[in-house]
Design a protein around this ligand. Sequence first.
Ligand code: SF4
Ligand code: F3S
Length: 106
Amino acid sequence: AYVVTDACIKCKYTDCVEVCPVDCFHEGPNFLAIDPDECIDCSLCVAECPVGAIYPEDDVPKGQEAFIQLNADLAKNWPGIVSRIDPPADHADWAEVKDKLRFLER
Ligand code: SF4
Ligand code: F3S
């Protein structure tokens, strides 16, 4: 499955959800998660993310491996999202920030 990683936190651009053929994105307060049981590995969402937050499970950047299980867990608890919505007002302030996991809201 594909995995949403650190860069999405507090940016949440949601461009990714528009292209997913199986609607497997789920929305939390400041992050999206992909349900690995629904994702068909089409890779279409990768190019849509302005901050490059989405990776195939086998190619998640070093240090971000925890996001694999995190996507699985969060996707089960969060509602689905299939249409783009406006990002948080301060999204640009966070686009270049690394290691945002401590800011993840559940
Ligand atoms: Fe959806 Fe394809 Fe992205 Fe998986 S890889 S989340 S199926 S768009
Ligand atoms: Fe997040 Fe990128 Fe989608 S910031 S909401 S993974 S477009």
